[in-house]
Design a protein around this ligand. Structure first.
Ligand code: PMP
Ligand code: GLN
Length: 393
């Protein structure tokens, strides 16, 4: 038979699904795929349940319910001082995943160059390639993950259409600094390029760091599409409600992509998320503070049993170097073995690279209850203490 889509035939199943399946198979504590192990706020869930009963269950408008679009515009103003038009400046999507694809479709023609920053979230590269665009990868190096300015500048060309910026960044936990953002903004202006800003972890930022949307910098508004995710902001990852904010011209294009992807998103969930975005400031600060405490718990636990951890200022994730443990194998083998033998699952960081990758880092998710994090540390500790022969790769 004729081959089907060659790119998809070459694309594997996402590492998050693979590792979650392995975790279930071995009854492991899943610190791999990034999802909280508790429900999101009960009042938001209740709003979704109530909204099912009020006869608005047919197709919502293509770009989102008026309630949610207004709430997204208001949140942009409240948190960042951004002026987003609630009618023409917002497109609601089925998760940030759809938003990313819709934004890439909105901006890229075949042959355009798209700058991506490694390590990178796993949906970026396949979608850029499926659109016939050319990925230009710029790599951040551990442990600081500092922006390599000369390399980034060199990656731009007259064919650069866009840069995809993920801040706070998965898997590194890096929050781009104001200085780095200004440097990026300068390049976008010089090269007349756009930015897709994946800001799903915008509210999961820890003390000492501050999230600033690239869109908020001078001259950037008309060049940026800013993506948020209710899944992350309200600890309801299964809901898959995302939103794109931006200038009307670009949002109109995102809407045209969205109409061919999913067209719309469940109305009751949209309305519950609208309610959630209106929650008091304390909700957002408590979310970040609680997560920070879990980061610290996991970091201290991992350090105490021989991992070296890298700094993380935002997101659900911590990167840990296992090379001091005497394990004979790479990160993929390490994640498999700790799932099978220690009963704890992590994600190999090499999965976030397109080319040759460092092999001694794994990503642990700390968006879990403290008792579960402590249990995971205890299991890893026991495994590390066991004789090497019984814990081989
Ligand atoms: N971008 C990044 C960086 C992510 O980590 C995720 C994972 N959830 C997404 C996008 C997708 O978000 P959603 O679940 O809203 O589709
Ligand atoms: N964003 C999640 C993570 O990085 C995974 C989401 C998914 O499985 N698609 O763990």
């Amino acid at each position: 038979m004729k081959p089907a889509n060659l790119l998809l035939e070459q694309t594997g199943t996402t590492i998050f699904t693979l590792m979650s399946a392995l975790a279930v198979q071995h009854g492991a504590l899943n610190l791999g795929q990034g999802f909280p192990d508790t429900e999101g706020p009960a009042d938001i869930v209740e709003q979704a349940a109530l909204a099912l009963g009020d006869h608005r269950n047919q197709y919502p408008p293509l770009t989102g319910t008026p309630e949610l679009k207004s709430a997204v515009a208001a949140a942009n103003k409240r948190f960042y001082g951004l002026d987003i038009d609630p009618v023409s400046g917002v497109c609601v999507t089925s998760g940030a995943t759809e938003a990313l694809t819709a934004c890439l479709i909105a901006l890229l023609n075949p042959g355009d160059e798209a700058i991506l920053i490694e390590p990178l979230y796993d949906t970026y590269l396949p979608v850029v390639k499926l659109l016939g665009a050319i990925p230009k990868l710029v790599r951040l190096e551990p442990p600081s993950w500092e922006l390599p300015r000369a390399e980034l500048a060199a990656a731009f060309s007259p064919r650069t259409k866009l840069l995809l910026l993920n801040s706070p960044m998965n898997p590194t936990g890096k929050v781009f600094t104001p200085d780095e953002l200004s440097f990026i903004a300068g390049l976008l202006e010089t090269h007349d390029s756009y930015a897709i800003c994946d800001e799903v972890y915008e509210h999961l930022v820890f003390a000492g760091a501050r999230h600033i949307p690239l869109m908020a910098l001078p001259g950037m508004f008309d060049r940026c599409l800013r993506i948020g995710s209710a899944g992350k902001t309200f600890s309801l990852t299964g809901w898959k409600v995302g939103y794109v904010s931006g200038p009307a011209r670009l949002i109109g294009l995102v809407a045209k992509a969205h109409q061919n992807l999913t067209f719309t998103t469940a109305p009751n969930l949209q309305r519950a998320v609208a309610y959630g975005l209106g929650k008091e400031d304390a909700y957002f600060s408590t979310l970040a503070a609680e997560l920070q405490a879990r980061r610290d718990l996991l970091r201290q636990g991992l350090e105490a049993i021989g991992f070296k951890t890298l700094a993380t200022d935002g997101s659900y994730f911590i990167t840990a170097d296992f090379s001091g443990l005497g394990f004979d194998g790479d990160d993929v083998a390490f994640c498999r073995v700790i799932t099978e033998q220690a009963g704890v699952t992590a994600i190999p960081v090499s999965a976030f690279y397109a080319g040759p990758a460092p092999r001694q880092f794994v990503r642990f998710a700390f968006c879990k209850q403290p008792a579960l994090l402590e249990q995971a540390i205890a299991r890893l500790k026991g495994w590390i203490a066991s004789p090497p022969l019984t814990r081989g790769a």
